[in-house]
Design a protein. Structure first.
Length: 160
């Protein structure tokens, strides 16, 4: 079953690697991608415009995939995307993208899947991303062939 999926990532650092993931799944219904010109326009509107764009992109999705690069863990809007995804009941997963070569042929540094603490309104002590959700390495775990399976598993884990 195809899932409408929101892709969360650090735009400036990871757009090249994010597009590798996106293009591998080109026939699927995805959200969370915007070209550079559109993104610059959204940013001009400030914090509220960015959050509104994120909220609109999350609408109708059932899964959020966080593409984890070197600095993704430190991004305020990635944290917001995770919080909103959690509130709407999306399935959530992480995908390490550091092993994907960039446009210059270089690999990146593996990022952290801590993202938190952000899940503090729950009845248990699992506050961090890595405590709640599965993460995969795009290259080592053959993301090209397994992305659909990962997304479906995340959706089922969320009861979707």
């Amino acid at each position: 079953m195809a899932r409408r999926t929101f892709f969360s990532f650090h735009y400036e650092n990871d757009i090249w690697r994010a597009n590798v993931v996106r293009n591998s799944w080109v026939t699927a219904d995805t959200a969370g991608f915007v070209d550079a010109a559109d993104f610059e326009q959204v940013k001009k509107g400030g914090d509220s415009a960015i959050k509104k764009w994120i909220d609109n992109q999350l609408s109708g999705t059932s899964v959020t995939a966080v593409l984890i690069g070197a600095e993704t863990n430190d991004r305020v809007y990635v944290k917001y995307e995770l919080e909103q995804s959690w509130k709407k009941g999306n399935g959530i997963l992480g995908i390490y993208i550091h092993n994907i070569k960039d446009k210059s042929g270089n690999k990146g540094v593996k990022g952290s899947d801590l993202f938190g603490p952000i899940f503090t309104s729950t009845s248990d002590d699992k506050k961090y991303f890595y405590e709640r959700f599965s993460s995969y390495d795009w290259v080592d775990n053959d993301g090209y062939n397994n992305l659909g399976k990962w997304i479906e598993t995340a959706a089922k884990n969320a009861g979707k």
